[in-house]
Design a protein around this ligand. Structure first.
Ligand code: FDA
Length: 395
């Protein structure tokens, strides 16, 4: 059985970063991955350009039972650390709205750089190897895979969460954690769109996209684009809200945050116009027809009473909709829940129950909001674990 000082399980953002840092310490480092290539999620992230981090980043951008767990990792691996990494990889950055930093070139370049950096440091990769089980006998961990057993003194579980199984996600990380006595916080899809009930007024509006202010009252608010899909609602505004959404929570949507509808209706010059004429200056006709009754839309504004005016304003500014469910793990960009961070050392990512066993990235009960926070977390936690493995010289 081949022996390694450190075995990294999973060649995603977190595993690659952990491998690079662990290998700098000089021991034999292995990365086991069931896909034929590294970094599949990085490759598809941000539409192939990977939203790799954000200008503003803090533990408050993360969800979980204990978001403060992220503090140390984010202090040790900062925005500047990602910028340095991109500079070394000769990747230019492109800044988009809300401080989101994307690779200007293809994310392939980033994955290539990470893998090559690891290989240059002597990291061995075994691809197409399904991890089936990890056990500990005496001092060493035994990693059972579809390509045979590997033995390691230290193990970093970087196998990700449950989101996007089509890119390789499995629950093996949670299984390994449970086997070693770790608690798993119940998992949920996050950064996913919503499915609407058949009778929803917002059904059949697919293709429409507009800037909205959407909220789950008392929990979260997002001023971002909303995209109507075949199933219901998506786009950045909805992905953000999905991180806090519980079944039965209504979404409240302001379809026109830049204007006040009551003011528009009260303008004397609009009095002779039909309601739909004024609203269609700002909103797509199909949307207006879906949220307001035809009878009201065809009325002249001067004929409207106070009640009608308030009703129009309410439907445009505080439209309420109760989704059936989220689009689930098949469409979710990340996973809420996972390995309970209360049983992990935030300064090292090492298990508090089993020495020399580490957990990093999405497998942990940490999920970032939309905007580069999840890749940053994967890097930051992988970095900390890689730096925390016991140096081979000390052993
Ligand atoms: P990740 O899932 O990347 O890696 C885990 C690895 O383990 C995978 O390579 C997997 O194949 C492997 N593995 C799993 N089970 C195994 C088994 N049994 N045996 C062997 N190997 C196994 N975030 C962001 O910040 N900016 C963005 O632009 C985007 N965009 C985006 C788009 C889409 C479509 C998705 C699905 C996700 C995003 N994300 C994102 C989220 C981000 O990609 C994600 O949170 C991180 O890549 C997670 O990194 P990890 O290394 O923790 O897991």
């Amino acid at each position: 059985m081949a022996y390694f000082d450190v075995a990294i399980l999973g060649a995603g953002a977190s595993g690659l970063m952990a491998a690079i840092e662990a290998a700098k310490k000089g021991g034999r480092v292995l990365v086991v991955e069931h896909a034929p290539i590294a970094g599949k999620k990085i490759l598809i992230s941000g539409g192939g350009k990977c939203n790799v981090t954000n200008r503003s980043i803090s533990y408050k951008d993360y969800f979980g039972q204990n978001p403060e767990f992220c503090k140390t990792a984010l202090q040790k691996y900062r925005l500047e650390s990602v910028l340095q990494l991109l500079q070394k990889a000769e990747i230019d950055i492109e800044e988009r709205e809300q401080g989101r930093l994307f690779c200007r070139q293809s994310a392939k370049q980033l994955v290539h750089f990470l893998k090559e950096s690891a290989e240059d440091l002597g990291v061995q990769f075994v691809f197409n190897a399904e991890i089936e089980k990890v056990e500990k006998g005496g001092q060493l961990f035994d990693i059972e895979t579809s390509q045979g057993h590997f033995s390691a003194f230290q193990v970093v579980v970087a196998t990700g969460g449950l989101s996007y199984p089509q890119a390789g996600a499995t629950d093996i990380g949670h299984k390994i954690a449970k086997y070693f006595g770790h608690r798993i916080i119940p998992t949920k899809p996050a950064l996913a769109g919503f499915v609407l009930p058949q009778n929803s007024r917002l059904k059949n509006l697919q293709g429409i996209s507009l800037l909205v202010k959407a909220s789950i009252i008392g929990k979260m608010e997002a001023e971002e684009p909303l995209l109507f899909t075949h199933n219901g609602l998506s786009g950045p505004a909805m992905l953000q809200l999905s991180c806090c959404w519980e079944k039965e929570d209504p979404l409240q949507i302001n379809f026109l945050p830049s204007e006040d509808v009551l003011t528009l209706l009260n303008l004397p010059e609009n009095g002779k116009l039909q309601v739909k004429t004024v609203l269609s200056r700002f909103l797509p006709d199909r949307l207006i027809q879906a949220v307001l009754p035809a009878e009201l839309l065809s009325r002249k504004i001067a004929e409207l009473g106070k009640k009608d005016r308030n009703e129009i304003s309410r439907k445009i500014h505080t439209f309420e909709e109760k989704p059936l469910k989220t689009e689930g793990f098949m469409k979710a960009e990340t996973t809420k829940g996972g390995v309970d961070t209360l049983q992990i050392n935030p300064k090292t990512m090492e298990s508090l129950l089993v020495p020399r066993l580490f957990f990093t990235g999405e497998v942990l009960d940490i999920a970032g909001r939309l905007g580069g926070y999840n890749i940053h977390w994967a890097f930051a936690s992988g970095y900390l674990a890689g730096r925390s493995v016991i140096s081979m010289e000390i052993r």
